[in-house]
Ligand binder design. Structure first.
Ligand code: IVH
Length: 687
């Protein structure tokens, strides 16, 4: 048995390794190991910590996943205030600032550090004896909020720094969301019917100020550190530029866009270069920051009001313009969301002609009190889609019209619904042409019906030719029809037909997921398939039957009811039944579905409930998918990694490293025969 000191050392070795690779990945953007190897290290640490919880420390890499929600944030007083920057808008203003500095100092200043002014949220991180102790928002500059839990979820923020760092210091930086991260976040929110964030800055600020840090942990936040707030107990470099390099050596993420300039015109050049290039940057910036490099000169220049005299924000030219809102149009998205957009009198904003702008949802239009015919202010916030900031109320004539969402889908005329807790209106018809193509791609995709012969391209071609209008049409495609598609020859046609045929054997849960019912993801589909034996019993389920299931609330229940009420959907389901994709209840399932004989009224009481299995190696009698399906049908969980929650590892032929991991951690190991015996004993032999 290892003594506790040895375990401690072992844990430290794994943590150091993880921290090293974390830094390579998230800070230096240059990983040395694969994600899988990184995951293995992380799992090792989780195992050790699960066994020795007394050895968990707040700086452990496992502590980045978020913690229980807070009631409210605690206020923190900043040791030194977080100042703001004075804005300038022209080269002339920059020269005037430079001249003022020279006047105050009584000497010339020639070294400046230029940085991008990130459009995010300022934070201060305090480290004491090598550990991150507090992470705070800027707040009013003097008092911020303690958001340590949330900031710890950002992987590029070191939880500890090397021993030779100053014993006490504070760094400052900007937390931000990249343009891509912002887009993905909003896409996911739109699918969920949640209100969208107006821009990356709001999204970053909202994420950092989340009371539930587990939500923050899911947001792709990042940080650039732009300065040392204060430090004690150790000498630090004499210039800002060297300070940044020093902070980088301590593990902080420093912007690669920073530049040391040896005169003020270089600084202006830096700025003007980014006026052109800012659109191409992966994150939003609202200007550049010019800082005097020497810390001694910074000290001498001091502070004027709320901003230092040694730095300025050189803002980018306005990206707003005034124009008229001619009308409001509606696009129908993949899950049927009705997305309103503004049709504008064309206007040029920073060199680009704008005719359309995003309007997000009806609630957003109401809140901003935007009316058709209004004179409005439109803004390009760096993101590709411009947005309306506000109406110009003084220009109102009384002729303007208030916008109301249509009760019927503008594309197909089906009923439009809006759930009270959602921001978006949705078309209820999956046969709606606007949604149809995206729905079809989802239907054939891997996690759904997995028709591997039909990729996105073929899907589009079939849709455009009118051969497939809804999911049921895949099962009525003929050889002749497929030959009419460009580049389809004998072999590819056969492949497609084969894979369509094969897909008829997918379990009910997959089909349910494939139907693309709003809010029904793979997991919910599985839960429903466990409870309802076939599509008819689900379609006729009452709201309270649905709500009786764990994790099904009114939102999902309503979505299911609405879906099965729709005539278009009913027709698709009938055709899928005729094509034998949906098995009739009495006929008994086939293939992997055999195991659905294990059906209990209470899903939670299934025989393997609460047990987690990990498969390694090949099995003789089952494919991996079949074995996993069986485990799931019996209420168990099939996981891909050995963790503290693993109940049992099933070792097949040629097992991998998961077997040795299980041996190392003393987790139960069984072979294929044991597995068969286990499932027979809990379910009875399949009929
Ligand atoms: S220096 C006294 N550098 O801009 C100097 N600020 O108005 C204070 N910001 O709240 C900040 N990028 O959040 C500095 N490279 C950068 C910055 C930056 C963004 C933000 C910061 C601050 C605001 C200043």
């Amino acid at each position: 048995m290892l003594d506790i000191e040895q375990v401690k050392q072992q844990i430290q070795v794994v943590r150091d390794l993880i921290n090293y690779h974390n830094h390579r990945y998230y800070v230096l953007d240059s990983p040395e190991i694969s994600d899988a190897e990184y995951d293995t290290l992380m799992r090792q640490l989780q195992e050790l910590e699960a066994r020795y919880p007394q050895l968990i420390t707040p700086d452990s890499p496992t502590q980045r996943v978020g913690e229980a929600p807070l009631e409210s944030f605690v206020a923190v007083e900043h040791y030194l205030p977080l100042l703001s920057l004075a804005n300038v808008f022209s080269d002339e203003d920059v020269r005037a600032w430079h001249q003022r500095a020279r006047n105050i100092l009584g000497r010339d200043v020639n070294e400046f550090v230029c940085e991008l002014k990130m459009d995010g949220l300022a934070v201060a991180l305090t480290y004491i004896n090598g550990q991150l102790i507090t992470g705070a928002t800027r707040g009013d500059g003097y008092h911020g909020e303690d958001v340590t839990q949330n900031l710890k979820t950002i992987r590029s923020i070191p939880l500890s720094v090397p021993r030779d760092a100053p014993p006490r210091f504070e760094v400052r930086g900007e937390v931000y969301l990249s343009k891509g991260g912002f887009r993905r976040l909003n896409e996911a929110r739109s699918m969920e019917g949640l209100p969208l964030f107006a821009n990356p800055r709001n999204a970053a600020a909202g994420s950092v100020r989340q009371l539930d840090s587990r939500i923050t942990a899911q947001r792709p936040l990042d940080i650039y550190i732009y300065g040392l707030g204060w430090s004690e107990g150790k000498a630090v470099p004499p210039t800002h530029w060297e300070t940044l390099a020093y902070l980088e050596s301590l593990g902080f993420r420093i912007s690669p866009y920073n530049l040391l300039c040896s005169n003020i015109s270089e600084a202006e050049k830096y700025h003007n270069n980014y006026v052109e290039k800012r659109e191409a940057l992966p994150f939003e910036v609202d200007g550049t920051v010019i800082k005097v490099n020497s810390l001694e000169l910074q000290q001498q220049l001091g502070v004027a009001g709320r901003g230092p005299r040694w730095a300025i924000a050189y803002k980018f030219p306005a990206t707003q313009a005034t124009t008229r809102l001619l009308d409001i149009g509606i696009n129908v998205g993949r899950t049927g969301t009705l997305n309103p957009y503004a049709i504008l009198e064309p206007v040029t904003v920073s060199g680009v002609t704008i005719k359309h702008a995003a309007l997000h949802n009806e609630e957003d239009i109401r809140r901003k009190d935007i009316r058709i015919g209004d004179t409005i202010i439109v803004q390009r916030a760096g993101e590709v889609i411009p947005e309306i900031v506000c109406p110009v109320l003084s220009k109102r004539t009384g002729e303007e019209k208030i916008f109301v969402m249509p009760p019927y889908c503008p594309m197909c005329g089906a009923e439009v619904t809006k759930l009270p807790e959602e921001a978006m209106h949705r078309c209820t018809n999956i046969a709606c042409p606007a949604q149809a193509l995206e729905q079809l791609k989802h239907f054939v995709s891997r996690g759904a019906m997995d028709i591997d012969g039909i990729g996105e391209k073929l899907c589009s071609a079939l849709f455009e030719k009118g051969l497939v209008k809804d999911a049921s049409d895949f099962y009525y495609l003929t050889r002749e029809q497929l030959f009419t598609v460009e580049r389809m020859a004998e072999k590819s046609v056969s492949n497609v037909l084969n894979s369509i045929e094969k897909s008829k054997n997918r379990p009910f849960s997959r089909l349910l997921f494939a139907l693309g019912i709003p809010h029904i993801g793979a997991e919910t589909a599985e839960l429903l398939a466990n409870r309802f034996p076939d599509i008819d019993s689900l379609a006729s389920a009452a709201e309270e039957d649905l709500m009786a299931l764990p994790s099904i609330g009114p939102k999902i229940a309503k979505s299911i009811l609405v879906f099965f009420r729709q005539e278009g959907n009913k027709r698709i389901i009938e055709r899928l039944k005729e094509a034998m994709v949906i098995k009739k209840a009495k006929e008994g399932p086939s293939g992997a579905q055999e195991w659905s004989i294990v059906r209990r009224e209470d899903y939670k009481l299934l025989p393997l409930a609460g047990q987690e299995f990990v498969l390694t190696g090949r099995l003789e009698d089952f494919t991996r998918q079949q074995a996993e399906d069986i485990i799931k049908k019996l209420g168990g969980k099939a996981a891909s990694n050995v963790t503290g929650r693993t109940t049992c590892v099933i070792a097949g032929i040629d097992p991998g490293s998961k077997l040795s991991e299980a041996q190392r951690w003393g987790i139960k190991i069984i072979n294929e025969e044991d597995f068969l015996r286990l499932i027979e004993s809990v379910s009875g032999a399949p009929e």
